[in-house]
Design a protein around this ligand. Sequence first.
Ligand code: NDP
Length: 464
Amino acid sequence: MKPKPVLNIPNQLKKGKTMDAQVKKFMDYVVAKNPSERAFHQAVQEVAETIIPFLEENPKYKAAKVFERMIEPERVVIFRIPWVDDKGEFQVNRGFRIEMNSAIGPYKGGMRFHPTVDLGVLKFLAFEQVFKNSLTSLPLGGGKGGSDFDPKGKSDNEVMRFCQSLMTELTRHIGPDTDVPAGDIGVGGREIGYMFGQYKRIKNEFTGVFTGKGLEYGGSLIRPQATGYGTVYFAQEMLATINEEIRGKTVSISGSGNVAQYATEKVIEFGGKVVTLSDSNGYIYDQDGIDTEKLEYVMNLKNVKRGRIREYADHFGCKYVEGVSRPWMEKCDIALPCATENEVNEEEAKELVKNGCICVSEGANMPSTPEAVEVFLDNKILYGPGKAANAGGVATSGLEMSQNSLRLSWTREEVDQRLHNIMINIHKTCVEHGKEGDFINYVKGSNIGGFVKVADAMMAQGAV
Ligand code: NDP
């Protein structure tokens, strides 16, 4: 059955207690200037709530209107993607690339192929990417792109023709020193291969214009694993601040794609028990835990057979809940949302806390609604927002770019060690900027930590 795409964006901005007058005034301006881009409003508001008070304490940024400039993309490209399906019929999709901020490096961020993709979704992702990339401490600007194309149910040849048509236009806007895309939802090794191939063919040059490439043509070891591994490394750092660890803990994970799969792998390695995975049709609950052999089954099911997570329950005989793609009503110690935006709401956040969850580390981008975030902060559990917790993916993309420039390949151990160190350092930055007495507010820590480097670079470069 073809899953129905869901756009999980709330209809209105949060009217929570933290929405003070200055934030409201700023958000009125954002909404008026970018009508109907609800996901973008949500992402900006989440940052505005911590950055606007910070600007009051640091008036130099306010005078230079740095934050107002940061919410305006440097460039947006929107284009037509015509292609022909296997029946010989014409199809047309819309393509986007948001070049958000290049103050500290070339635009960098993934491509998403999903029917819910629109300008607002990609602007939210590009905006978050600017902060995330800054946190990695690597020289990476922020961007994001994609299309409303749905790869589900398409043949390999259809996906190839679509990717080639997309790249025929996108080629003129990107380059190894300009804008370097990567994968995201619906864009994995297959899609990156097709897009990279078409770029190379048109430009007649072999350059590191994409990350997440296959190992045979310039990819980095550990890049596919990096987002999931990094999310677990970040959880481990957060847990260490309260003298806890992953070993022995029950972990709920949503999604069953790239990020979810490798988060599961790392939790197993660290001695935790993963009990849930999901897709847009439903979730599985395996009380015995997903072990290495069962994870291998999931990887084959999702990456090769391109099947549904229900088949896991049929195969291993565990519980499956059809029609509910969020497993948060199940009891767990640690939750790793790894599917999509706004997949944890207020009620689910309350249920997680009530059931004893002590740590949420976000593999996905903006998976918790603003109300859910408020529940986590009010209850002072360890809450690692996506722009910090899932930065391992783009960090390793940065390492792939370095290897491409050096024309060298580092070993698996070397890349993993660098990734691990980057996640430890991102955690330190969050602690530095987010400490409130005994509590670490990682939302504040990641927003301010990410903001300062980009803001200083923008100030130094003048009105560009
Ligand atoms: P994949 O396409 O590999 O997997 C996405 C998973 O989430 C699938 O199981 C998919 O189910 C599910 N999903 C997607 N959309 C929805 C929806 N609207 N409702 C319910 N389930 C949904 O993507 P990734 O694993 O790469 O990305 C997952 C998240 O991680 C995204 O938020 C992405 O932005 C973020 N991220 C990814 C990075 C990366 O390196 N790949 C880096 C940083 C963040 P189904 O197959 O049924 O659609």
